[in-house]
Ligand binder design. Structure first.
Ligand SMILES: *Cc1c(COP(=O)(O)O)cnc(C)c1O
Length: 354
């Protein structure tokens, strides 16, 4: 049976990317060796890393615009502290839009003063705060572009003169977006880029050169950048597979084309959530994420029937996060629109059958 993978992360990757990655584990480009048994200092792997770094800048429209891309380990969670360790001298501003922002705030507090400029915590993070004041004397302002758990997404980047830092783990490469407004952004691979094990960080060189904090080598953006992501052994499989996926994104017309496709998928599902009397959406409509749609049944007594329909249709990974409940449909780049069609059909069947 065909499985429709709505998992929030680790999550769906294009079938051809998984196939190519599997082939490379067996043998990399007719070299007689596996991807995972060659030196990371070999010319073969250096060119893989170079291509991955170049593609990340190309896809985000930042090629030749004074940015550096690096691949590090420790997940997006390590970036919560790396951003603060490197950039926080005195005071930073944070917008609290959910679990991941909260965790970023907690780490940053170890390094300096943190001002929570806005929060939607009171409403269990079902909207994105807007219209907050941003002081001019912050070292940076930190945002979470897409809130994977709650299903909200920032649509308009706030105007400010202070450096902007963002966690883009769950919507990197998913939409047309002005990445040049950011001074530093990061994404753990396992949502929309590749397998778990690596994190993409893109930093403006201007801010990179200005870092004055004393930072341990492994956590230093300067050192990781100077060493071209090879300060120590990089996670070769995760970087290689991410590179394959970035090639795939480019072959599909880049983030603009995929963004249109993603919007289409999201419209289809949200349209059904709003139309169908059995379901209700979780978040404010104007802040709905194109990547993670959160919704619930109006009557919890329909749970068994709906779960049964979904299981029979091959739908996987639809369970909502425990802090929201209900359902969450993650519709990353690789999820075909046919999978959304199948989910919508299940929702319609539930309505008809009862
Ligand atoms: C999943 C996720 C994280 C955590 O990523 P790890 O790689 O597990 O540390 C952080 N931020 C966002 C927005 C996420 O979706």
């Amino acid at each position: 049976m065909k499985i429709h993978n709505f998992s929030a992360g680790p999550s769906i990757l294009p079938k051809e990317v998984i196939h190519q990655a599997a082939e490379a584990v067996k043998e990399l480009d007719n070299s007689g060796l596996s991807l995972i048994e060659i030196s990371h200092r070999s010319s073969a792997f250096i060119s893989i890393m170079d291509e991955a770094c170049a593609l990340a800048l190309k896809l985000t429209g930042l090629e030749n615009k004074g940015y550096k891309s690096i691949f590090v380990q420790g997940g997006a969670s390590l970036q919560f502290l790396m951003t603060a360790y490197n950039f926080l001298n005195r005071k930073a501003g944070y917008i609290n839009t959910g679990t991941w922002s909260e965790k970023a705030i907690k780490e940053a507090k170890l390094f300096g003063e943190v001002q929570e400029l806005a929060s939607s915590k009171e409403a269990n993070y079902n909207f994105i705060p807007k219209g907050y004041k941003i002081p001019n004397d912050l070292d940076y302002l930190h945002l979470t572009s897409n809130n994977t758990i709650f299903g909200t997404q920032i649509k308009k980047i706030p105007e400010t003169k202070v450096p902007l830092v963002a966690d883009m783990s769950s919507d990197i490469f998913s939409r047309k977006f002005d990445y040049s407004k950011f001074d530093c952004f990061y994404a753990g691979a396992q949502k929309n880029m590749g397998p778990a094990g690596t994190t993409l960080v893109i930093i403006k060189e201007e801010i990179l050169n200005k870092i004055s904090n004393t930072v341990p080598s492994m956590l230093s953006y300067k050192i990781q950048a100077e060493k071209d992501s090879m300060f120590n052994t990089p996670p070769v499989f995760a970087v290689y597979t991410s590179m394959l996926n970035m090639r795939w994104v480019e072959s599909k017309g880049g983030i603009e084309k995929l963004g249109e496709h993603n919007m289409h998928k999201a419209k289809l599902l949200y349209g059904e959530i709003d139309r169908n009397s059995k379901f209700v959406g979780f978040t404010a409509k104007e802040d709905r994420s194109d990547m993670n749609a959160t919704f619930n049944l109006v009557n919890q007594s329909d749970t068994e029937a709906f779960d049964g329909l979904c299981n029979a249709a091959g739908i996987s990974g639809l369970k909502g996060h425990r802090s929201v409940g209900g359902y969450r449909a993650s519709m990353y780049n690789a999820l075909p629109i046919e999978s959304v069609d199948v989910l919508v059909e299940c929702m319609k069947s539930l309505e008809k059958n009862k």
